[in-house]
Design a protein around this ligand. Sequence first.
Ligand code: NAP
Length: 279
Amino acid sequence: MKIGIIGLGLIGGSLGLDLTARGYEVVGVSRQQETCDRALAKGIATITGQDLRLLDKTDLIFVCTPIGAIVRAIESIVPYLPPETIITDVGSVKGAIVAPATKLWSNFVGSHPMAGTAHQGVEAAEYNLFENAPCVITPIAETSPEAIAKISQIWEALGCKLYHTSPEKHDCAVAWISHLPVMISANLIHSCSEIKSTEVKQLAQALASSGFKDTSRVGGGNPELGLMMAQYNRQELLNSLLEYRQNLDLLIDNIEKENWDFLEQFLSDTQDLRANFLH
Ligand code: NAP
């Protein structure tokens, strides 16, 4: 099977590494020639280039560009493809992508592997990024069952645990567990960087260890990705942020009132809830 990848960054590059390692012929297309050259040197693909026509004989294409470029990339490649080629994307938002992409190409199915690191670009690509990661497949009424089966089979072969749901439910769920945490974590970093006393700030920096590294990781990631999560999943992100703010106000209120019973119960609950939430 010949597989195409558009956008050879963290996700597209990691996908290419795993697919070539499993013996697939991989054709990689990216915006910059420098990225294409690095991808070839790293073994991400067997052929790379900037020209979308390189993808004309592929059986399956993964679109791995930033969210805002996905539908445009599909629009640009469809004139070169035979109708049996299956296209999927890896975008972190699905509602804004699946319907327009399906209109452009009936053999389209949306997917979203829940895997990533704080890094970006072709140099960030790594082997086995998708091993044991959840991957969401988001069909709509028009989606071809064959396309769903084929894409599911590839993600499973890369080690993903599959989930099937609608684009809308996907966007609602990821707002809570992915897009909201990016905003909270970014705000934590921002707030700490604005500590007023230089002496305290320097001490805080020196003392920041594993706890701060954990809580700041997603806020210190790819800014383009965070921005597009907000732009393309705006309403769901706003809903979760507003509910989060209510809970934050509740915490502030109880700490101001020295309501330690409330706080003790709250933290005892979250200790249990975290274990249950993450199974
Ligand atoms: P990334 O590391 O920045 O990679 C994106 C790559 O796309 C860039 O290296 C860029 O290549 C290329 N690109 C940009 N515009 C393009 C265009 N118009 N045509 C062709 N290539 C283009 O970002 P990423 O983290 O891999 O994210 C890619 C997609 O994966 C996004 O849709 C994101 O929502 C999704 N995703 C990300 C994560 C995560 O945690 N990072 C997890 C799951 C899904 P050049 O170097 O050639 O400019």
